[in-house]
Write a protein that binds this ligand. Structure first.
Ligand SMILES: C[S@@+](CC[C@H](N)C(=O)[O-])C[C@H]1O[C@@H](n2cnc3c(N)ncnc32)[C@H](O)[C@@H]1O
Length: 253
């Protein structure tokens, strides 16, 4: 199975319980929402990688007369969004090839979706293509330090190598390469407490974020060893710490 299909399937599978476990994503969506200038009065707005539609729904509330479009490549996510929010156009499509003519959106947003993309330069070229001149792109992306405790320990303790999420420099390069203007990119790191490694892994599965490519085999004993080391090296409160690096992007065409 190719990587993109794996990501699509794990998000589809998680769609039933995603809302119950995605408080972190909601709070980041709320911050992203504040980032979008209030004075805008768009006719067409696109939310890429909309998931179950929380941010898309907020956009509809802010701009009830605009055409609001939510796009995602996981059928389960789109079905869930469709059954929750009214008055929004839901589109099942891959962000690598947006099914829209050029220059038609006044605002494009995306919350925590582009970390799954293989080729950011191409993906952002698609965003730019569908934006009207001067229109706004605002996105958040999980960066390379996300879950660094877990990924570093897996490599150190059991030799498992995991593909890294994008760095701020890679995102900046992909934005610059596409000739966006008035660019602002910044990073924030949040530490979240989980009971233990097993709770962290269960949460990642519940939100569909368990399809990161890796090389190696993670058996029961290796996992137990990693759990002990994790608790020793990264304690927080009564449990363990997991870092989430959020890279925020604001740009105009
Ligand atoms: C972590 S969820 C975020 C969902 C939502 N934006 C939120 O804030 O809760 C990432 C979403 O991106 C979607 N996604 C990942 N890669 C995609 C791609 N290439 N094209 C379209 N959607 C994609 C997944 O299906 C998933 O719904």
């Amino acid at each position: 199975m190719n990587q993109s299909l794996k990501v699509q399937r794990s998000f589809s599978k998680s769609s039933g319980q995603y809302d119950e476990y995605s408080q972190l994503h909601r709070s980041i969506a709320n911050e992203l929402f504040l980032y979008i200038p209030k004075k805008l009065n768009p006719l067409k707005v696109l939310d890429i990688g909309c998931g179950t539609g929380y941010l898309t729904g907020q956009l509809k509330t802010r701009w009830p007369r605009a055409r609001i479009v939510g796009l995602d490549f996981s059928p389960g996510m789109i079905e869930k969004a469709q059954s929750t929010y009214q008055g929004i156009d839901w589109i099942l499509a891959d962000n690598a090839s947006l099914p829209f003519v050029d220059h038609q959106f006044d605002v494009v947003v995306s919350n925590l979706s582009y970390q799954w993309v293989e080729d950011l330069v191409k993906a952002f070229a698609e965003v730019r293509r569908v934006l009207a001149p001067g229109a706004v792109f605002a996105a958040t992306i999980f960066g390379q330090h996300t879950c660094s405790e877990l990924l570093d320990l897996l490599q150190e303790v059991v030799g498992i190598k995991t593909k890294k999420l994008p760095s701020q420099a890679a995102i900046q390069e992909a934005i610059d390469h596409n000739g966006f203007k008035n660019v602002g990119i910044h990073t924030a790191k949040n530490k979240i407490e989980f009971d233990n490694l097993y709770a962290l892994l269960a949460w990642l599965k519940n939100i569909g974020a368990n399809a990161l490519p890796y090389e190696g085999f993670l058996g029961k004993d290796a996992l137990a060893k990693t759990a002990v080391k994790y608790q020793e090296e990264f304690p927080l409160g009564n449990g363990i710490a997991a870092t989430f690096e959020v890279i925020s992007v604001y740009a105009q065409k």
